[in-house]
Design a protein around this ligand. Structure first.
Ligand code: NDP
Length: 237
């Protein structure tokens, strides 16, 4: 049976590095993001028979349609990576409600929706593996990121509960929780200052996280696990 993986947020950053690593390992990939042009370029760069799809994970109908299209074009998706995410960092008292909603919809509800739809096929096939990309901030909290932390912390609770729910169907659910990683999301941060607090002394690269994601996707006896990939940051914050 083909190894087919949908990578939500696979057009850029961490998701893109995951897709690159998985393509090298022989998976067939669906690269999913809102911007189809960027997703198509990322899928094209992989070489081989990979496809791009446009989808907003926060929209249930969009997620359902995208999975239907993926099934038609790629066959059943048996691996799922949720790396779509946004941040709208600000102190809570200054955070607009619309920014709270968009972060929770994309970072938490979005992963719930993709998991829910993906599980239909995985349960039929009695096989599947899901990795949700959380954040060390969801475990430790950070000033200016309360809503982001809530979404990412919620993702851990969701993933662990779901791991229990579907284990008997031979489906595994795990979380990778990165620290600071060089992507568009972190390009405006004060790196020189922040990296002083990281025991390994540097920001991570997307490929550092991708190795952890692919490890958990393939680890046959690990489920409900949270793998922190942060250069030791969680030890000191
Ligand atoms: P990037 O901003 O580089 O990439 C985000 C990806 O998510 C893009 O492919 C983007 O494509 C997609 N995306 C965003 N919103 C949506 C949406 N509503 N529907 C579908 N796709 C969407 O981010 P990173 O690679 O840095 O982040 C990946 C994940 O890792 C996120 O969940 C993030 O929270 C998490 N993370 C990142 C850290 C970091 O330091 N970079 C640290 C800890 C966690 P498009 O805009 O076209 O939709």
């Amino acid at each position: 049976m083909d190894k087919v993986c949908a990578v939500f947020g696979g057009s850029r950053g961490i998701g893109r590095a995951v897709a690159q690593l998985m393509a090298q390992k022989g998976y067939r990939l669906a690269i999913v993001a809102r911007n189809l042009e960027v997703a198509s370029a990322a899928a094209g760069d992989l070489g081989g028979d990979h496809l791009a799809f446009s989808c907003d994970v926060a929209e249930e109908r969009d997620v359902q349609n995208t999975f239907e299209e993926m099934e038609k074009k790629l066959g059943g998706v048996n691996f799922l990576v949720n790396a779509a995410g946004i941040n709208r960092d600000s102190l809570l008292v200054r955070t607009k409600t619309e920014d709270m909603i968009s972060q929770l919809h994309t970072n938490l509800l979005g992963s719930m929706l993709t998991c829910k739809v993906a599980l239909k096929t995985m349960i039929q096939q009695q096989r599947g593996s899901i990795v949700n990309v959380g954040s060390v901030i969801g475990l430790k909290g950070n000033s200016g990121q309360s809503v982001y932390s809530a979404g990412k912390g919620g993702l851990v609770g969701f993933s662990r509960a779901l791991a229990k729910e579907v284990a008997r169907k031979k489906i595994r659910v795990n979380v990778v929780a990165p620290g600071f990683v060089h992507t568009d999301m972190t390009k405006d941060l004060k790196e020189e200052h922040l990296k002083k607090n990281i025991p390994l002394g540097r920001f991570g690269e997307p490929i550092d996280v991708a190795h952890a994601v692919v490890f958990l996707l393939e680890a046959p006896y690990i489920t409900g696990h949270v793998l922190v990939v942060d250069g030791g940051l969680q030890l000191v914050i």
